[in-house]
Design a protein around this ligand. Structure first.
Ligand code: SF4
Length: 231
């Protein structure tokens, strides 16, 4: 077993095994740090930047930074919370998110974080960019309008030969996460279910599946995001 070390988050003394990532060590100590791209069990990527904290005064992503002895972490401070709210707002204006008509509403991490940060109207202009919806797979719909490009699907939805069903296309503002059409044709039920589940927003939806859980009884309708961790 690794050595136990002490560190603190916003003045709260915490303990963890040395080398554990800050986001996980915080969770073990009842402190919630929001993430949109992190998935337990997969190598962290730090792509969404929601989990940014200040470590000994420097901005770091907590999903990719291991804790060390005596570390001073700032998490729930105005500066950081404002950055997080800004990231959520940027995601809303760069995509086309219509929550009331989305099957993921109430189970969507992005929507839940918008509520957490009390986003009313984003401070940035909407881009209203033209984005594709790919319904070519018999089992799923890949909707680029709602994709926040967290890479979860690219990393987690892999076939038996280790090939990903999803990939990046283009660069810069034209960057997209698309489904490999040929692989989408032979995706099985379990892979399709997992893809819908792992997507933090409504960018991957399973066909012929809707309203299994009625609106008002969905995950974040019952408890706000982070409340399962926070003391
Ligand atoms: S489709 Fe979903 S899981 Fe994949 S990158 Fe987009 S938001 Fe993330």
């Amino acid at each position: 077993m690794s050595k136990l070390i002490k560190f603190n988050i916003d003045g709260q003394e915490c303990m963890a095994e040395e080398g554990r990532y800050i986001v996980d060590a915080a969770k073990d100590n009842g402190v919630y740090i929001p993430t949109l791209c992190n998935i337990p069990g997969l190598k962290p990527k730090g792509s969404c930047r929601m989990c940014t904290v200040k470590v000994n005064g420097r901005l770091m992503t907590s999903c990719t930074t291991p804790v060390s002895d005596g570390m001073e972490i700032e998490n729930h401070i105005e500066e950081i919370e404002n950055y997080r709210k800004m990231i959520v707002e940027l995601m809303f204006v760069s995509g086309n998110h219509f929550c009331p008509s989305c099957e993921k509403s109430g189970s969507c991490d992005l929507q839940a974080l918008a509520y957490r940060y009390q986003m009313m109207v984003p401070r940035f202009p909407y881009t209203f960019s033209q984005k594709d919806v790919d319904g070519s797979s018999p089992l799923i719909i890949k909707d680029q309008n709602r994709c926040i490009m967290c890479k979860r699907c690219i990393r987690a939805i892999i076939d038996n030969e280790g090939r990903s069903f999803f990939t990046f296309k283009n660069r810069g503002i034209k960057l997209e996460v698309i489904m490999d059409k040929e692989m989408g044709q032979r995706m099985n039920e379990a892979e399709a279910e997992k893809a819908m589940e792992i997507c933090p927003v409504g960018a991957i939806l399973k066909k012929e599946k809707g309203y299994d859980v009625p609106i008002g009884q969905r995950k974040f309708d019952m408890k706000p995001i982070g409340s399962e961790i926070e003391n």
